[in-house]
Design a protein around this ligand. Structure first.
Ligand code: NAD
Length: 260
């Protein structure tokens, strides 16, 4: 393994029964970390954790529950401490995407987004930071932002707000927690092919790949590799940054003729 400082560490990754979170757990366990794999879907969580645990490099245990619910977050951290004795990495990856016209967007949808995408990340980071400070060995956190938190899109005003907030949250926490040798960064994935996005759009690669200068969509492994780097010793001096992993999507400006 190229990166150091991962083996024998303990990580919590939320929303990891499939998609990007699962790919992060896979790389972490392959590198010898012990992982608490969270998902709200029991079947997905248990199956994913079993597959990774059976590879017998790092251990992987499932924790089923809503990653936006604060009592559940506290139970999840207690579980990680009981089973693995420490917390070194947290990746509040669970997030929902709700599309909707700004003028018709409901309070219920807004609150759903805020609860998982922001409350979940905030209180997992808060509880984990307390444990990391008490342990005295530093720690690492990676927020899951989005390309949609950098640029504006129709139908995504509330989701975009949450993803932009996560970038600022990483910046704030870097400033607050740097003195404890805790780094907090964010990743901003572009269009990434997961079970969910493939279901939403059968020709996902064909349609979304065109937006990227490299003419392909991201794979969960593209995001997971960046996450592993940010969690490693090699990234110890990177703090408060957001890394777009989007094939160059955010770099692309448009001329009027590109719009037709
Ligand atoms: N896929 C993309 O194109 C893309 C692009 C930019 C950012 N992101 C962000 O990356 C993260 C992961 O994206 P994805 O596409 O892999 O996710 P996804 O929608 O496939 O969900 C992954 C898992 O999260 C679980 N989940 C849903 N609600 C949960 C909750 N309340 N508590 C715990 N688990 C829950 C689901 O059951 C699922 O197994 C999200 O925060 C998303 O906003 C994704």
């Amino acid at each position: 393994m190229l990166y150091s400082g991962i083996k024998d560490k303990t990580a919590i990754v939320t929303g990891a029964g499939e998609g990007i979170g699962y790919a992060i757990c896979e790389l972490l366990t392959m590198a010898g970390a012990n992982v608490v794999l969270n998902d709200i879907d029991r079947e997905l969580a248990d199956k994913a954790a079993k597959v990774l645990d059976e590879k017998k490099i790092g251990s992987c245990l499932s924790f089923v529950g809503d990653a936006g619910n604060v009592p559940t977050i506290n139970k999840m951290v207690d579980f990680a401490l009981q089973r693995f004795g420490q917390i070194d990495f947290v990746v509040p990856n669970a997030g929902i995407t709700l599309f909707g016209d700004f003028l018709a967007f409901t309070q219920e949808s807004f609150q759903q987004l805020m609860q998982l995408n922001l409350q979940g990340a905030f209180f997992l980071a808060q509880r984990a930071a307390k444990e990391m400070i008490a342990q005295g060995n530093g720690g690492r956190m990676v927020m899951m932002s989005s390309q949609v938190g950098i640029r504006a899109y129709h139908q995504l005003s509330a989701y975009g707000m949450t993803k932009a907030a996560l970038r600022m949250f990483a910046q704030n926490l870097a400033y607050e927690l740097g003195q404890y040798d805790i780094t907090v960064n964010a990743i901003a994935p572009g269009a990434t092919l997961t079970e969910r996005t493939a279901e939403e759009q059968p020709d996902y690669e064909g349609i979304w790949g065109k937006l990227n200068p490299n003419r392909r969509v991201g794979q969960p492994e593209d995001i997971a590799k960046t996450c592993l780097f940010l969690l490693s010793d090699e990234a110890s001096h990177i703090n408060g940054q957001t890394i777009p992993v989007d094939g160059g999507w955010t770099t692309a400006g448009k001329y009027p003729e590109d719009l037709v």
